[in-house]
Design a protein around this ligand. Structure first.
Ligand code: PLP
Length: 392
């Protein structure tokens, strides 16, 4: 008796995250805690965000708060945005509104996979891929990124693919490494997936997880694999760019390059499958606000300043870091090579980083740059002291 085998697997895969979450919650009760863990806001909402939502709260019709599927205005705004950003002719009806990227990923998996299928995921990568795959009765297969650069390692992806592979998940800008992959990487991946699909007589789909797409530094260009591999679905979340992950809105987009017959089948399945997996009705007000939310963004200038301040100080103290090209995370190798020990030593000083164990890289750590500059400045003396202790 008890929970199912797949629930046990999902729970085991997420236990390390929930345990860490509980620990951080407890620490956060301390008003002096310097929190760099999850990508949560630490300041009041971005200018424009509250207004965009508030403008949609007052009902204009009796069914304002009725069940809502994908709202046409939201779909049109997003399709137009994707056409500009990715240069591909996205159609509004190929956009399914969801509750964040979580809902979109679940929908993509429900559309494309059967129980027992294998899904290739990047490591280090987001810590919810594995539990989500287990909960959907799928088998995660880890494809390590290149050891030092965290580039996509095509050899590792090729080695991870078997006749049971159904989906490969990629994530750029990448959590936790901050890497943004160029178009040339996607062309090589597309060739690989074409060859592997032909070899195994089974189409391998690509899920491009792009919630950080608009969070990039130094003019780094964004390329989506959807431009070169037709069998691609894109998931997105507004939670990151709006720095409001609690306001749940995202979408799943079908690539316009998916052959028409297959795209029609997928398009028709978007809503029924949304219902079937329990994510059928995304938030009404957030959808009404979506057109206005297009112009609201996290302050990239301030984010770059915070990245530079922390990067400069840590790199100057001899810590090995990956300079983030995108996302709001900073990823580094713990001095002494033990991420857990490093994070525990910091926590004793009231500074909270995320240990790399959550990303299956125990020698690393992740810092969320959503902490304020003031928090960074307060943390730096403690941080440098702890680093010096580990390097002594
Ligand atoms: N994908 C990645 C890589 C993420 O980092 C996250 C959130 O941290 C998500 C998906 C889920 O995004 P949301 O919580 O906005 O649905």
């Amino acid at each position: 008796m008890g929970i199912s085998a797949r629930a046990s697997r999902a729970k085991a895969a997420v236990d390390v995250v929930t345990a860490f979450f509980a620990k951080v919650q407890a620490a956060a009760d301390d008003p002096d805690a310097l929190d760099f863990t999850f990508g949560n806001p630490h300041e009041f909402a971005l200018p424009g965000l509250v207004e965009a939502i508030r403008n949609q709260v007052e009902p204009r019709t009796v069914d304002w708060y009725a069940y809502r599927t994908s709202e046409a205005d939201a779909q049109q705004t997003i399709a137009a945005g994707l056409r500009t950003e990715l240069g591909l002719p996205f159609a509004p009806e190929d956009i399914a509104m969801t509750q964040g990227a979580f809902g979109a990923i679940s929908l993509a998996l429900a559309l494309l996979t059967d129980a027992g299928d294998e899904v290739v995921i990047p490591v280090p990568g987001w810590f919810c891929y594995e539990p989500m795959l287990y909960a959907a009765d799928l088998v995660p297969v880890r494809a390590p990124l290149a050891a030092d650069t965290f580039d996509l390692d095509l050899g590792a992806i090729a080695a991870a693919i078997t006749p049971r592979t159904r989906v490969v998940i990629v994530n750029s800008p990448a959590n936790p490494t901050g890497r943004v992959y160029p178009a040339s990487t996607w062309r090589e991946l597309a060739d690989l997936l074409e060859r592997a699909s032909a070899e195994h007589g089974r189409r391998i789909w690509l899920l491009s997880d792009e919630p950080y797409r608009r969070i990039r530094f130094d003019g780094v260009e964004f390329a989506s694999p959807a431009a070169v591999y037709p069998w691609t679905l894109i998931d997105y979340s507004y939670g990151k760019v709006l720095l409001a992950p609690g306001q749940r809105l995202g979408y799943l987009a079908l690539s316009p390059l998916i052959p028409a017959e297959e795209r029609d089948v997928l398009r028709e399945a978007l809503f029924p499958l949304g219902l079937a997996i329990g994510w059928g009705f995304p938030d009404a007000v957030m959808q009404y606000a979506a057109p206005a939310l297009e112009s609201v963004s996290i302050d990239m200038v301030e984010l770059a300043r915070k990245r530079d301040r922390l990067f400069g100080a840590l790199a100057g103290a001899g810590v090995e870091l990956t300079r983030p090209e995108g996302t709001f995370y900073l990823w580094g190798r713990a001095p002494g090579g033990d991420g857990q020990a490093f994070c525990e030593a910091l926590a004793e000083r009231g500074v909270h980083f995320m240990p790399g164990t959550l990303f299956d890289r125990p020698e690393h750590f992740r810092v969320s740059l959503t902490a304020t500059m003031q928090t960074i400045d307060r943390a730096l003396p403690e941080l440098l002291d702890v680093v010096a202790g580990f390097r002594a």
